[in-house]
Design a protein around this ligand. Sequence first.
Ligand SMILES: Cc1ncc(COP(=O)(O)O)c(C=O)c1O
Length: 366
Amino acid sequence: MPDTSPPVRRSLFLHAPIRRRPRVVLEQMLALVDDDTPPDGPEGPVAVLERRLADLLGKETALFFPSGTMAQQSALRVHADRLGRRTFAAHPQSHLDVWEEQGYNAVHSLRMRRTGDPHELMTAADLEAIGEPLATVVWELPQRDIGGLLPEWDDLCEQVALVRATGAAAHLDGARLWEAQTYYQRPFDEIAALFDTVYLSLYKSLQGVRGAVLASDTATMKVAQVWRQRLGGGIRDAWPLALAALVHLDTLADQMPAYREHAIAIATAINADGTARAYPDPPQTPLFHIHLPADRRAVEQAGQAILTEHGIQLWGRVRSASEPGRCAFEVSVGENAMEFSPDEVVALLHDLLARATSAAYVPSRP
Ligand SMILES: Cc1ncc(COP(=O)(O)O)c(C=O)c1O
């Protein structure tokens, strides 16, 4: 199907700059190589990226994967096979369960034990209540689909210690580890040290093109490498993806605190205005949710009109809420969202809600 969506000129959602052109990305990548840079091997861009991220995370080995979906399936499979246990625990709104078509089950016959309240963070008490042997517990930091919440550091340490005492592995879905780090304000390797395996994304705040890295001890990564091959991810010539990720690696950590501050400023303005509600209040990371007193489909239609008229993308997806007539969407503050002042976001929400609650947009229920 041809893509007929209106062009996005500004966005509160996308990580990579809207006006990013393939040519600009290629030029940035070109600046990282010289005539002697090999495509593969120990001096190639993939190996360089893997070593740098292993160092950052304080792990023996990091391996490139084409996607986080594949990296996490491999980690879960390795832990399950090593321990001879088929069940892992994760939050009910884990990306693994909600957005990946339950690949852990369809491909690996693993079972997910949904743990904790769907709208709150997993707690130590939730983990203690499990009562069956687990291969792995997955922590998604921040927990994206409940507004980017993060457990307090001591609480997280207590949870991990509890799990480790049962012999289960601790796995970090660190797709947004850079975002989480702005809250914990601890070195990346201190955060990663809590976990046996750590996944991080190359294309979210790092603004690469696609791809992921999985990091752990060398023995674990040897087996993960076999699964990467079996799942079709042992691709040669992944150097363009590695180079695109390397472009921002040195500068990202300095920018993230400003993104978090701006998220807090936008959320504070929204909550002071009171028409919509930003959650959590204040945001813990550059990612937060905006809750709206309007029907999801009406809001989607209104947002589409704003995109068509002004080129402004407010979200990637609008979620319905259990309370009828309400919905929410995720804001991710990065380079794009820095262009919006808090007052402008409030004005956009007024416009959105005025449209969504006008007779023209209120949809008839099926
Ligand atoms: C929290 C989280 N985990 C895992 C993934 C999967 O990453 P990928 O798109 O690289 O498969 C995503 C992607 O959005 C994510 O947000």
